[in-house]
Design a protein around this ligand. Structure first.
Ligand SMILES: [Fe+2]
Length: 121
């Protein structure tokens, strides 16, 4: 589109986010931490596309603006999906904790009943 050869440059910011995510995997930090790491990468991309769109708009590069907006939309959709997954993970963990404490309650009741039964004998 711009009659120039594309060139690549490693992004230090994204490299840092990827490193952080990899550390969470190694630490077995759990789903919520992994989703958080993924969302940080998405937000970094969203910020970058936002700036690129502003610059392309200033340069009146309409076609570039349209393509970049498509990319931005995809990043936002991914971010929203990650939020939905994060919320379902948190809800599932809460439900599991409630079940665990209910089980503990039942066990406690049985123990108490056992004690009162033995006392009454
Ligand atoms: Fe992305």
């Amino acid at each position: 589109m711009f009659d120039t050869e594309p060139s690549a440059k490693k992004c230090a910011g994204m490299q840092g986010l990827i490193k952080e995510g990899s550390e969470k995997i190694e630490e077995e930090a759990g789903d919520a931490a992994l989703i958080c790491a993924a969302q940080k990468a998405e937000h970094y991309e969203i910020a970058s596309y936002g700036s690129l769109i502003a610059w392309a708009t200033l340069l009146e590069e309409t076609e570039a603006v349209e393509l970049l907006e498509e990319n931005l939309q995809e990043e936002k959709e991914t971010d929203e999906k990650l939020t939905e997954i994060a919320e379902s993970v948190v809800n599932a963990e809460e439900a599991e904790e409630e079940t665990d404490s209910e089980e503990e309650g039942k066990t406690e009741n049985l123990k108490t009943r056992g004690k009162s039964n033995s006392r009454s004998r």
